[in-house]
Design a protein around this ligand. Sequence first.
Ligand code: BES
Ligand code: MN
Ligand code: MN
Length: 452
Amino acid sequence: MREYLSQHRDRFREELFDFLRIPSVSARTEHNADTRAAAEWLKARMTEAGLEATLHETAGHPVVLGEWRGAGDDAPTVLIYGHYDVQPAEPLELWTSPPFEPVVRDGRVYARGSVDDKGQLYLHIKAIEAHLKTNQRLPVNVVVIAEGEEEVGSEHLMPFVEQNVDRLKADAVIISDTTMFAPGMPTIGASLRGLAYFEIRVRAARTDLHSGSYGGAVANPATALARIIASFHDQDGHILIDGFYDDVNVAPEFVDQIRTLPFDEKEYLEEVGAPGLFGEKGYTTHERVWIRPTCEVNGLLSGYTGEGSKTVLPAYAMAKVSCRLVPDQDPVKIQELFEKHVKKFTPPGVTAEVVVMHGGKPWRAKLEGKLYEAAARALEEAFGKPITYAGEGGSIPIVSDFERVLGAPVLLMGFGLPGENAHAPDEWMSMENYEKGMLASALLLNEMGDGK
Ligand code: BES
Ligand code: MN
Ligand code: MN
């Protein structure tokens, strides 16, 4: 199996690059055909690898399944999840090379979706192929599930999972869609934040008005929206939405664990390129990102933003705002608190509408049992280093649902790296991690399977 992985290394890279050339941007309808093409491409590669691959329509982008159940009823079944959709690549002018033309520089493949999540999904398919082509079998039954809507909230995956519980029933769920704590440090993800996403639409006059003729007499939606946004935090970065922190509940062991992990502020500042750090007072950077909730403006729109100046009183202002949530905050409850807060802080003379976009529950791993022991051994062997547990600031909405609906523990075994530019220009994935991840996945299937 190891030999097969090294013999076919170049082909495995080329196949990933083909996958990366498909602009499967789930958020954009003009890319719907590309998103479907990525699903079809994946299905064909799964079939070649020796899986029984099928494509399943949903009300949104399709789900791809790859199954191999030859290990028998007594052997465990492992469900491997990933997503073939990617974030929009804009702003294109900030990319060093075009986002859908993968290029290797300094041992990294640069392309949109390289690390999030095509490389991390595809390495599992190649690990499966290595087993099947060398031993004609896998040590466990395997179901691979790849969705095309993760980057837009996984709206249609949940109903698919609920309708196919029997087919997806597994003893363990494995996901590679997270980041290692540092290069060379194999990492198991200990938590994910949840999400509640909103759009706030503020309106005053029927249309834009002359700011000389009407300014001062009619409310300005941009100013009103700014006041609403400013009401979310105090000076110390604490969130002021009533009841927001009521259900925040962090395991004390996890806080102790976080405190043992090193943090180099200078390096972090270089990575992000900001003049300084700012966050909720009283918490370290790791705590702010992993165990504290946030309320962030993701986008703002109002008035005239083109060349030169235009004296206008805007009729409309809009903000996209998302709250990252931590256990045991509930996205539905946060929605209610958020709507109430916006209503309370809407200044006179405007209307403010809150549109709820999507949400996902926060999640914390139990970090125990056969799956976690097996993963630690596989990762240590593949990377030659002991594992680290780290929190994750991002969200993968389906994770808590998998645990609830399938009753199986979820493992986050990520091969991304800090500074990988996921969702940003110049996204990359380390080629070394692509290959070590493949080995770790192949070893993990052994560890989960016979004789272990
Ligand atoms: N792979 C990320 C999740 C992630 C990011 C995990 C950083 C760990 C660290 C995933 O593709 C993602 O971006 N998820 C979205 C979910 C949202 C659209 C519901 C996110 O976190 O913004
Ligand atoms: Mn992802
Ligand atoms: Mn993502």
